[in-house]
Design a protein around this ligand. Structure first.
Ligand SMILES: O=C(O)CCC(=O)C(=O)O
Ligand SMILES: [Fe+2]
Length: 281
């Protein structure tokens, strides 16, 4: 016999699903366990998907809970002491100095050149990657800890963001040529887009981003946050952190941002996206 799960599904089931995702169990295996326990498949699937989207509807205003990033002036991140130069509380934004050395920036640019492909964005309906109209750049992704340098950078960023290594997507390197830009957008998967579920099922929602600047840009190319009205100038080795998913499962609308048009020369960055749960690899 199977039972249907009402809208207010028991919080113990929710806690159990959350713990299972945190332990790295796959969505399919969790749904299977729930159906083995007598839930109907559709109810089990929608319960897991509801949790993946975030427990709280975004009708109430975003609550700024404590940032997992340490509040210190200098953070000892894996192998490097990193200075926090500027902190904004609403939205939660931090500018860090010297996250990568000049030499590390140059090496990552060199390693990426032969791998770049035109950047894609996610189709809201299907979840498939499509040719980006709002994003004029090329990019490539490294596997987590793909080589010794990428491994050190992945570990350093994980320590800096105070988020487990396994919750991190592989480093994405982006090159914008003169005129290249990324129009205003959010980094999280829009919870109500049907296409988001395919991405949420492995790792859950994105929680925070670190953008590392790999070069000094000749002109333009800042990262602009329109709600607080702040823009960051690319500076080789520096990084901007922002967090948009809190412990209530809300998403911060004030983290909308853009990569401004590059006025002259090229702009190279790394994107590191952290997820709520470990990603299977
Ligand atoms: O280029 C930038 O400064 C921002 C890039 C960005 O927001 C992204 O790739 O998601
Ligand atoms: Fe972004």
């Amino acid at each position: 016999m199977t039972v249907a799960l009402g809208i207010s599904w028991k919080s113990s089931i929710k806690t159990w699903i959350n713990a299972s995702l945190e332990q790295g169990h796959s969505v399919e295996s969790i749904i299977e366990s729930l159906t083995d326990d007598g839930l109907d498949k559709e109810a089990a699937t929608s319960a897991v998907h509801a949790l993946l989207r975030g427990e709280m509807p975004n009708t109430s205003s975003y609550e700024y809970d404590p940032n997992p990033v340490l509040p210190d002036r200098i953070i000892h991140a894996h192998d490097r002491a990193i200075h926090a130069l500027l902190r904004v509380e609403q939205p939660q934004l931090i500018l860090f100095d010297n996250v990568l050395s000049g030499d590390e920036c140059d090496q990552i640019i060199e390693m990426s050149k032969s791998r770049l492909q035109p950047s894609a964005t996610i189709d809201p309906a299907t979840g498939l990657f499509e040719q980006a109209e709002n994003r004029a750049s090329e990019s490539c992704t490294f596997w987590l800890s793909e080589n010794p340098l990428i491994d050190v950078v992945d570990r350093r960023i994980s320590a800096l963001m105070n988020c487990p290594l396994e919750n991190g997507e592989g480093l994405q390197v982006v090159r914008y040529r003169t005129g290249g830009q990324y129009l205003h957008h959010f980094d999280f998967f829009p919870p109500n887009d049907p296409g988001s579920i395919a991405h949420l099922t492995d790792g859950g929602q994105r929680t925070a981003t670190l953008i590392v600047y790999l070069n000094d840009v000749e002109a333009g190319g800042g990262t602009s946050f329109s709600k607080p009205g702040i823009s960051f100038t690319p500076r080789k080795g520096q990084a901007v952190y922002f967090r948009y998913f809190n412990n209530l499962g809300q998403l911060d609308p004030a983290t909308e941002h853009a990569g401004l048009p590059v006025g002259a020369g090229e702009k190279w960055i790394i994107n590191k996206w952290m997820r709520r749960y470990p990603i299977s690899r």
